[in-house]
Design a protein around this ligand. Structure first.
Ligand code: ADP
Ligand code: ASP
Ligand code: MG
Length: 404
């Protein structure tokens, strides 16, 4: 008998029929003699709707109240799934993140799991229950409810798999696995049978929202394989794991894209020690994540500093940076909101020349202007006009021969 952790995403529990479908799949796993822990996301677009509602009530909702509100989405789906299983004659119990022992820090809206106390989950499994846990949420030492960031139910599932010693964490979603690009943008994208943690981490971090980046990070850290598969078919899915053979570690593995990019440029910055810190420390204090940072070579000890943030953080970041720019004697502070990024990712690119040139050449043939470039050892990212992202992904998918 194995212990299996399964996670079902929002579109898989979008209405009553879909919840019943998930219940049947969970029941089949239980019937095979397994102990089953199920993590669920909120139904359909519930989280988006709750956010909208909060902003209709208050333009700057309190972070603690917002997290408490959003956590209710997952409570709804986990109770309904428990009821669906009970209606089929199975013993099931729903648990909130707090009841399931998910302990986090107090950074609202993107709390990190500090530990999992799995005793209650274990006790319920021992009683023969199927345990359904509300994803995306946890609780602080002060007993305040937190959320883990959008898409965070994947991370709940992998954290539970780690703490319960499960052999694998199964993530069921609305696509049949990890593809060479988002199949909604590239219909010719191919499903991968397996992918290594490091490549998947780059894909997820740079926009492939099919798995939450921190779920992949946890899987890698504790060596728990993650299976991504469809909740609607029995197709075998994609295994994310550490044992990917050398032969498949070649060339570009996939293309990721992200439409949530805004850029701020501080123009005419005096180039001396401490200037970057004076800009980025207050941004960090304001809880604004910075992605790409580019500083131009300075001319006459004056330089420009450009960085990117999520679109939703642009207004707050400008509020923080404008007075600093003035105080350090920069000439102006400008922003652009309609950007996106496109990345090619693959361990085969390591120490192999030619990938960047091919990427830039492909974008230039399409008349796409590159605003910023960043790289890691296994990734090259270009920041471009958001309206060109779809074209760019399709062209790069073709240029790097991912269609098979
Ligand atoms: P869930 O609600 O199940 O968590 P998400 O919407 O978060 O599902 O993630 C699944 C979506 O991720 C797919 O519908 C697909 O459009 C998108 N996606 C982006 N990149 C990829 C990729 N490389 N492979 C598969 N799906 C991808
Ligand atoms: N419901 C949350 C969201 O929409 C968490 C998740 O789906 O994983 O982001
Ligand atoms: Mg998701």
């Amino acid at each position: 008998m194995a212990l299996i952790v399964q996670k079902y995403g929002g579109s898989s529990v979008g209405d009553a029929e879909k919840i019943k479908n998930v219940a049947r799949r969970v029941a089949q796993t239980k019937d095979k003699g397994n102990d089953v822990v199920v993590v669920v996301s909120a139904m359909g677009d519930t989280t988006d709707e709750l956010i909208k509602l909060a902003y209709q009530i208050n333009e700057r909702p309190d972070e603690r109240e917002l997290d408490m509100l959003l956590s209710t989405g997952e409570i709804i789906s986990c109770t309904l799934l428990a009821m669906a299983l009970e209606a089929m004659g199975y013993e099931a119990i729903s648990l909130s993140g707090a009841q399931a022992g998910i302990r986090t820090d107090a950074v609202y809206s993107r709390a990190r799991i500090q530990k999992v106390d799995p005793e209650r989950v274990t006790r319920e499994l021992e009683k023969g229950n199927i345990v359904i846990v509300a994803g995306f949420q946890g609780i602080t030492d002060e007993m305040d409810v937190t959320t883990l960031g959008r898409g965070g139910s994947d991370t709940t599932a992998v954290a539970l798999a780690v703490s319960l010693g499960a052999e694998v964490c199964q993530i069921y979603t609305d696509v049949e696995g990890i593809f060479t690009a988002d199949p909604r943008i590239v219909p010719q994208a191919k499903k991968l049978s397996e992918i290594g943690y490091e490549e998947m981490l780059e894909l997820a971090t740079y926009g492939a929202k099919v798995t939450h980046p921190r779920a992949v990070e946890l899987g890698e850290l504790f060596n728990v394989p993650i299976l991504v598969a469809s909740s609607f078919t029995d197709s075998p899915g994609t295994l994310i794991h550490g044992g990917v053979s050398m032969e498949v570690r070649n060339k570009v593995k996939g293309i990721a894209h992200d439409l949530d990019v805004a850029k701020i440029t501080v123009v005419g910055v005096p180039d001396h020690p401490g200037i970057a810190a004076s800009i980025f420390e207050p941004l960090a204090k304001a809880n604004i994540s910075i992605d790409t940072i580019v500083q131009n070579a300075s001319i006459n000890k004056i330089t420009d500093l450009t960085f990117t943030v999520a679109k939703s953080h642009l207004a707050k970041a400008m509020e923080v940076v404008k007075p600093i720019a003035q105080s350090i004697g920069a000439s102006e502070c400008v922003s652009a909101a309609k950007l996106g990024k496109v990345s090619i990712i693959g361990t085969g690119m390591q120490n192999t020349p030619g990938y960047a040139a091919r990427m830039f050449g492909t974008l230039s043939e399409k008349g796409i202007n590159i605003e910023l470039i960043t790289t890691s050892e296994i990734r090259i990212t270009c920041i471009i006009d958001e309206a060109k992202v779809k074209d760019a992904v399709q062209a790069l998918h073709r240029a790097f021969e991912l269609e098979g």
